[in-house]
Design a protein around this ligand. Structure first.
Ligand code: CAA
Length: 263
């Protein structure tokens, strides 16, 4: 079937096992318009359902991962519009993807841009990355999950400061606070390169185990500890029904590299 044509994103296949999605509205610093988000959801869904894809990388430009929801599109919205159409509800689709999504963040990741990064499974940052929730300056609050996801990741006091002052934090601060897994070296394209390397590494594992790993880590955000431990153990038990478990453990015992069949 023909690959869809997009206006606001670029989709490529830097490796047979990895899809790279690049937000591409440079004139608006990748502001997340409804058109952009529709295309993003479609491209991510296609990648998620493609059996040959093991991981997805999401990035923006050197200047901006994304500068937030599209303010010009939002400014005349009424409460009735927002409520009736459940504004931003479609942003939740990213949370239903089963394949890992790695955010490679350079430049501004503000408002919805910060929230989009937080929806991803791993965040790598370039030293130029700036994270923040500036919605307070627009007379609103985060609407794409920022208050909830940040509170779980960096705690109450830091989240309150970001949400109530709207101040941006640097890549270094985001790393110290645990928002990003690491800050990579300087240099144009470095963070995307590093994210692609990580994606390829993950894509070489058993896809079933990777999917299970993502599922159980995410459960830690929804379940209490006792339920989470039980859920993890049950999923772990279930993996003994897979060929990849047999192959992975046999390969270790035979001192050879595992050949996973994702079955
Ligand atoms: N929405 C729409 N357009 C945006 C945008 C946004 N979020 N952010 C930037 N742009 C546009 C600018 O309007 C400008 O367009 P024009 O050339 O047509 O004027 C263009 O992108 C370039 O931006 P700037 O000239 O402002 O660039 P800068 O380098 O001087 O500043 C910036 C960069 C500090 C990121 C600044 O653009 C900015 O503050 N942007 C808004 C950030 C923001 O408030 N984000 C939160 C949005 S609300 C939200 O996301 C709600 C939610 O929780 C879902």
């Amino acid at each position: 079937s023909e690959a869809p044509q997009y206006e606001n994103i670029l989709v490529s296949r830097p490796d047979p096992s990895v899809v790279l999605v690049q937000l591409n509205r440079p004139k608006a610093l990748n502001a997340l318009s409804s058109g952009l988000f529709k295309e993003l959801n479609e491209a991510l869904k296609i990648a998620d359902e493609d059996g040959s894809v093991g991981a997805i990388v999401l990035t923006g430009s050197e200047k901006a991962f994304a500068a937030g929801a599209d303010i010009k599109e939002m400014k005349d919205k009424t409460f009735s519009d927002a409520y009736k159409n459940n504004f931003l509800e479609s942003w939740g689709e990213i949370g239903r993807l089963r394949k890992p999504v790695i955010a490679a963040v350079s430049g501004y990741a503000l408002g919805g841009g910060c929230e989009l990064a937080l929806m991803c499974d791993i965040i790598l940052a370039s030293p130029t990355a700036k994270f923040g929730q500036p919605e307070i300056n627009l007379g609103v609050i985060p609407g794409g999950g920022g208050s909830q996801r940040l509170a779980k990741v960096i705690g109450k006091s830091r989240t309150m400061e970001l949400v109530l002052t709207g101040r941006n934090i640097s890549a270094k601060e985001a790393e110290n606070w645990g928002i990003v897994s690491r800050v990579v070296g300087e240099g144009e394209g470095e963070v995307v390169k590093e994210a692609l390397t990580t994606a390829k590494l993950i894509a070489g594992k058993s896809q079933i185990a990777v999917q299970a790993g993502k599922e159980v880590v995410n459960a830690a955000y929804d379940l209490n500890l006792a339920e989470g431990l039980r859920f993890e153990r049950r999923i772990f038990h279930g993996l003994f029904a897979t060929n990849d478990q047999k192959e992975g453990m046999a390969a270790f015992a035979e001192k050879r590299k595992a050949q996973f069949t994702h079955s």
